[in-house]
Write a protein that binds this ligand. Structure first.
Ligand SMILES: C[S@@+](CC[C@H](N)C(=O)[O-])C[C@H]1O[C@@H](n2cnc3c(N)ncnc32)[C@H](O)[C@@H]1O
Length: 197
C-alpha cells in the first residue's frame, strides 16, 4: 500500500483531518462539491454532512470511480449526490448557475484511483483550471481542501504547481492553511477559506 492508498484505504490521516475541518463549516442543506470522487469515501462524507436537503456534485474522469462511488452511496442509502463522469476542469459549466457563489465546501483529493490504474493521475493543468473555477463557486466563509501526494511519479510536479497557485491567491480574499510533515514526499493538505469580505 503506498501513500494514496494508505490515505484513502488505510488510516486516512489527512483525509480525516480534511473531513474534521470541513465538518465545522458544512450545514445540513448545503451545496458542496467533490472534485475527485475516486472510490467515494469523500463523496459519502459530504453527502452525510449536507443531508437529504443538501446536494453533492461529484466529478471523476474514470467510469470505474463513478461506479464505485454510486455503489457506495447506494449501500449507504444516500440519494443526494449528482455524479459527473467529467473532468473537474469543466466544473463551472456543470454546476447549475443558481449555485455559483453559494457552494460551502469543495474537496480535491488528487492523484490516482486507489486500487485502480496508477498511470491515470490528476494533471497540473487540469487541476489548476479546476481550482480556478472552484474558487469562483465558493460562498463567503466557504472552504476548499486540497490533498496532494508528491510521492508518486508526476505527483511532485503537480504538488509544486498547486502550491505555487495557492501562494499566488489574494490574501485579502482567501486564508491559506496547511497540514504537512517535514518530508518532501509525504502527503500534504492545503485548506483555503474564502473570507467574508
Ligand atoms: C486519490 S483519488 C480520489 C479519492 C476519493 N476522493 C475517495 O474518497 O476515494 C483521485 C481521483 O481523481 C480522479 N481524476 C483524475 N483526473 C481527474 C480530472 N481531471 N477530473 C476529475 N477527477 C480526476 C482519478 O480518476 C481518481 O479517481
Amino acid at each position: 500500500m503506498d501513500a494514496i492508498e494508505e490515505e484513502n484505504e488505510g488510516p486516512m490521516r489527512l483525509t480525516e483531518c480534511a473531513h474534521d475541518i470541513l465538518s465545522s463549516v458544512i450545514q445540513p442543506g448545503d451545496i458542496v462539491i467533490d472534485a475527485t470522487a475516486g472510490n467515494g469515501v469523500d463523496t459519502q462524507f459530504l453527502a452525510e454532512q449536507v443531508g437529504p436537503d443538501g446536494r453533492v456534485f461529484a466529478f471523476d474522469i474514470q467510469q470505474d470511480a463513478i461506479d464505485q462511488t454510486a455503489l457506495r452511496l447506494m449501500n449507504a442509502d444516500l440519494a443526494n449526490v449528482t455524479l459527473f463522469c467529467v473532468s473537474h476542469s469543466e466544473m463551472f459549466e456543470y454546476i447549475p448557475p443558481e449555485y455559483h457563489g453559494f457552494v460551502k465546501a469543495i474537496m480535491f483529493n488528487l492523484g490516482y484511483l486507489p486500487k485502480g490504474d496508477k498511470r491515470l493521475i490528476t494533471q497540473p493543468a487540469t487541476s489548476i483550471a479546476a481550482l480556478e473555477q472552484a474558487v469562483q463557486l465558493l460562498a463567503p466563509g466557504a472552504m476548499l481542501t486540497i490533498l496532494l501526494y508528491p510521492g508518486h511519479f508526476g505527483g511532485d510536479a503537480e504538488a509544486a504547481a498547486v502550491e505555487e497557485w495557492c501562494q499566488e491567491l489574494d490574501d485579502e480574499e482567501f486564508q491559506l492553511d496547511s497540514v504537512m510533515v517535514d518530508d518532501p514526499v509525504a502527503p500534504r493538505l492545503y485548506i483555503l477559506r474564502k473570507l467574508d469580505v
